[in-house]
Design a binder for this molecule. Structure first.
Ligand SMILES: N[C@@H](CCC(=O)N[C@@H](CS)C(=O)NCC(=O)O)C(=O)O
Length: 199
């Protein structure tokens, strides 16, 4: 049985839980404890344990689950189709995550170390700019992030966009993002693990 370590409220843990649901994989989930530091020296979640094999980094775990457990629909074998999925996953983990962090820490976590108004405003502007870029991509694809099918890129970016929607800030109207969320809403796991009231 797959073991996933990490709280189910974590955005990065939820990527893995949503992926398991899409693949129909049973799993057990365990809360993080100090003793788990031997599994992930970063002391972060999620951590996956698959029959003794230990893995961390949420996007890597999602790709591994697809590779190991028949997830070609979510992560295609064709090199170019796969590269499109990976491109948007890497963009989520690097460019988009960097843009929102300061504003989220200020506006949702109320973290005293993130209260500089100019930096909050710059982070909101950057966050909106990145989601607008995604909106343009969805307008061009007309369906999902990596093309005409639902893939891992929709899972990781679905969670990012859910966070954007749940953070109190002024957002531009992005019609392609809105239509994409309607498409994602057809998937039961989207409601369980993504649009479930948690930022
Ligand atoms: N790059 C890592 C980031 C993981 C991460 O930031 N995890 C957060 C939860 S979303 C965490 O473990 N924070 C420390 C804590 O919750 O104690 C990944 O994608 O897995």
């Amino acid at each position: 049985m797959l073991k996933i370590i990490g709280k189910a409220t974590s955005i990065n843990v939820r990527k893995v839980l949503w992926t398991c649901a899409e693949l129909g994989l049973p799993f057990e989930r365990e809360e993080w404890q100090d003793a788990h530091a031997v599994l992930n020296p970063n002391r972060m979640v999620p951590v996956l344990v698959d029959d003794g094999f230990v893995l961390w980094e949420s996007n890597t775990i999602c790709r591994y689950l697809c590779n190991r457990h028949g997830g070609e629909a979510l992560l295609p074998a064709n090199p170019q189709a796969r590269a499109m999925v990976e491109q948007w996953m890497d963009w989520q983990a690097t460019e988009l995550n960097t843009a929102w962090r300061y504003a989220f820490m200020a506006l949702v976590r109320a973290n005293p170390a993130h209260q500089d108004p100019a930096l909050v405003a710059a982070s909101i502007a950057g966050w909106n700019r990145h989601v607008a870029l995604l909106d343009a991509r969805l307008g061009a694809s007309g369906a999902f992030v990596a093309g005409d099918r639902f893939t891992l890129a929709d899972i990781v970016l679905g969670l990012s966009v859910n966070r954007w929607l749940m953070t109190p800030l002024n957002r531009p109207d992005l019609p392609h993002v809105a239509a994409w969320l309607d498409r994602l809403a057809a998937r039961p796991a989207f409601h369980t693990w993504c649009r479930n009231g948690i930022a």
